[in-house]
Design a protein around this ligand. Structure first.
Ligand code: ZN
Length: 312
């Protein structure tokens, strides 16, 4: 009964300069930094989490910013476009804002009857602002220049670039209970009815399939959301039964994670709602200070000296 995939939990990408990354997502796009921590496998690197007020699942975009990262390239076997849901009538506001901040963007266009504005972050990561064709009652985080009537609400969808969409679709439909809803050209739209938002995965068959390079400006993995660890274990068994390799449960402090590579090459994660971002900070203070996993606390001073300085 409770064993459901509840849409997207978070998406993780690679960035270059941490300050540019922080400024773009908090000051230009107006997201809230809900956690400032380090890469648990490489504590000299930050791990930033940007989301709505509380960092609700389905709103969280995370980055590993490496100041000397090489520029990556999108290709097959990667998540290549991140779609954010924005309020009806807000695209003109965003075009003007992108002009003001010299953000690279393309013309407003339409897909599956929904208008969208494609743009890039400072590292070339591809994103889109989409007017959702279905109800999205989520409210975005407000900053001075970006009020709720234009603020990003959270994820609308993510696009996976594939050589052939069939094997990936089998995971989505047979194991995660997604359904094929629409198709336009080589773009196949799958979604789950278990949640209202962050429910869409577009599978795009590449017309010119080339391998990508996973470095700055590209996505590292996408995480699907489950309620808790019992539900996560249920899906772990299903993935094993499907003949795929999957990791054991990993404690990420703010959620528990499992990772597996789907047959199309994209790294998938299954992440829990618990314990959430308020486990070590109050809701008002989210993202305001550097948080470290317990094992790194004794080395805090050394880690703080090694991390690039970041001004908020
Ligand atoms: Zn993740």
């Amino acid at each position: 009964m409770e064993n459901k995939i509840l849409g997207l939990h978070h998406i993780t990408a690679i960035a270059g300069d941490p300050q540019k990354n922080y400024d773009f997502y908090t000051k230009v796009l107006g997201l809230r930094m809900v956690k400032k921590t380090v890469n648990f496998d490489d504590p000299q690197t930050y791990h930033f989490y940007f989301g709505n007020e509380t960092g609700s699942p389905g709103t969280i975009l995370t980055f590993f910013p490496w100041p000397r990262a090489k520029k990556g390239k999108n290709g097959v076997g990667m998540a290549t476009e991140i779609g954010y849901s924005v309020p009806e009538g807000s695209l003109n506001f965003w075009q003007k804002r992108f002009d003001k901040y010299k953000v690279r963007y393309e013309n407003i266009s339409e897909e599956f009857g929904e208008k969208f504005l494609p743009f890039e972050d400072p590292d070339g990561l591809k994103l889109k602002l989409i007017i959702s064709g279905t109800k999205d009652s989520r409210e975005g985080w407000e900053i001075n220049e970006i009020k709720k009537d234009v603020a990003l609400k959270g994820f609308h969808s993510v696009t996976l670039n594939l050589y052939n969409q069939v094997p990936t679709a089998a995971i989505l439909t047979h194991i995660f209970n997604y359904k094929l809803k629409k198709q336009e050209g080589t773009r196949f739209r799958y979604s789950t009815d278990e949640v209202e938002n962050a429910s869409i995965i577009d599978l795009l068959e590449a017309t010119n399939p080339e391998k990508g390079i996973n470095a700055a400006g590209t996505n590292h993995h996408i995480a699907f959301r489950v309620k808790d660890e019992l539900s996560q274990e249920f899906f772990r068994k299903k993935i094993i039964d499907a003949g795929l390799n999957i990791t054991g449960k990993i404690d990420r402090d703010y959620f528990f994670s499992l990772y597996f590579r789907e047959p199309g090459g994209v790294l998938f994660e299954i992440a829990t709602d618990n314990p959430g971002f308020t486990r070590d900070e109050s809701p008002e203070d989210l993202g305001s200070s550097l948080k470290l996993p317990e094992k790194f606390e004794p080395s805090r001073e050394r880690i703080e000296n090694l991390l690039p300085k970041l001004s908020h």
